[in-house]
Design a protein around this ligand. Structure first.
Ligand code: PLP
Length: 389
């Protein structure tokens, strides 16, 4: 693509090095070769061994890096694998300041593994409280781990404010941008050093792949990440890179529809007699709605609700749904519903869940691309079943 700046929708199709492949194919080939042939001792081809570099992976990495406005990306086997790759940047005994209510898999790597294997220490704070962030910073603090919006209650972090503070202290910043995808939020433009995604969600978008990716804002960080990925072999296979790149092609149209559907769903559920509360950053009732308008393109495609009913009533609701499927994931074209208490956050104690604001009547909706009228009808029918109607 020429250097002329293009809109996001155009870049999803053309950004990166998607066409620099053999045979002028309009889409990169799935190169399954583990090894590449040298034509002589002095031959230095672009690729030597697929753990180090692979053409299909490269095409996907250049596209996602361009969409995030970074300089390069490293595709990993899963989202948590991308997180583990980022943590390899840190020296042993480093300290990390982490957003409250961070993704459970991130918490697990930090607390169950890196604390034991790397001497890593952590402090969890609400990153919107900059005084608390400043107080948490120690001489050995090397990283601030941001997640915005958080799961499942969709708290936002003022990304630019945190990055400004981190930069004055010489501390690296990384954000888990999974819930937004590069369509909805581009943290590098707000000062973030590293952007991490679970590609299993919006990037793939079709609930048919497991993957992760890290995008670097600087050449130096990209070089370091590539070296780590090569050293620990945390790479995404070519078939899944193909699926992820194919997913990116429709990211713009998927997100546009999903976010518009989510806003409509959130509006309709707010004030519904069976709904106690709606959590959606795109609604003026969200306490961080102004921040949402400043740093996100829309309120996103995830809506959380607290409903009026006990466990039995909740079961009636879930069983009455005909379009929304009860599932652990999010970000696919199909609408999904998740019961945080018994599903995503089941490993936490009731007290821990309570402290996070997660109650038994909380449901997280991942809104898909179906016709919004059908989605609303499905939810309203199920809410009727909840009420015993
Ligand atoms: C799913 C998810 C991850 C982990 O990704 P996997 O691909 O499942 O390893 C990390 N962060 C967030 C916010 C997620 O939703």
């Amino acid at each position: 693509m020429s250097d002329k700046p293009r809109h996001f929708a155009t870049r999803t199709i053309h950004a990166g090095e998607q066409f620099e492949v053999a045979d002028n194919a309009i889409f990169p080939a799935i190169v399954t070769a583990s090894s590449f042939i040298k034509r002589g001792l002095d031959d230095t081809p672009d690729y030597s061994y697929s753990r180090v570099g692979n053409p299909t992976r490269h095409a996907y990495e250049t596209c996602v890096a361009a969409l995030e406005e970074g300089v390069g990306a490293v595709a990993c086997a899963s989202g948590v694998n991308a997180t583990a790759t980022v943590l390899e940047l840190l020296p042993k005994d480093a300290h990390v300041v982490v957003m409250n209510g961070v993704y459970g898999g991130t918490f697990r790597i930090l607390e169950d593994y890196r604390s034991r294997t790397s001497g890593l220490t952590t402090t969890y704070v609400d990153l919107n409280d900059l005084d608390a962030v400043a107080a948490a910073i120690k001489p050995e603090t090397r990283l601030i781990w941001i997640e915005s919006p958080t799961n499942p209650l969709l708290h936002l972090v003022d990304i630019k404010a945190v990055c400004d503070l981190a930069r004055t202290r010489g501390i690296l910043t990384c954000i888990d941008n999974t819930f937004c995808s590069p369509w909805n939020q581009r943290p590098i433009t707000l000062g973030v050093d590293l952007v991490m995604h679970s590609a299993s969600k919006y990037i793939g978008g079709h609930s048919d792949l497991t993957g992760g990716v890290v995008v670097a804002a600087s050449e130096d960080l990209h070089r370091q990440l590539r070296r780590i990925s090569m050293a620990i072999g945390a790479v995404q296979g070519p078939f899944d890179c193909y699926l992820a790149l194919r997913g990116l092609k429709t990211l713009d149209v998927r997100m546009e529809r999903q976010c518009a559907n989510a806003l409509e769903v959130a509006r309709r559920l707010e004030g519904h007699p069976q709904v106690e509360q709606v959590y959606y950053p795109g609604l003026p009732s969200h306490p961080q709605h102004e921040l949402c308008k400043r740093q996100m393109r829309s309120g996103g495609a995830v809506v959380a609700i607290k409903v009026k009913g006990d466990r039995a009533a909740l079961n009636r609701l879930v069983e009455a749904l005909q379009i929304f499927v009860l599932a652990d994931s999010l970000g696919g074209v199909e609408s999904m519903i998740n019961h945080s208490w018994t599903m995503s956050h089941c490993s936490m104690s009731p007290e821990q869940k309570g402290a996070m604001g997660i109650s038994e009547n909380l449901l997280r909706l991942s809104v898909g691309i179906e016709a919004v009228a059908d989605l609303i009808d499905d939810l309203e029918t199920a809410l009727g079943a909840l009420a015993g109607q």
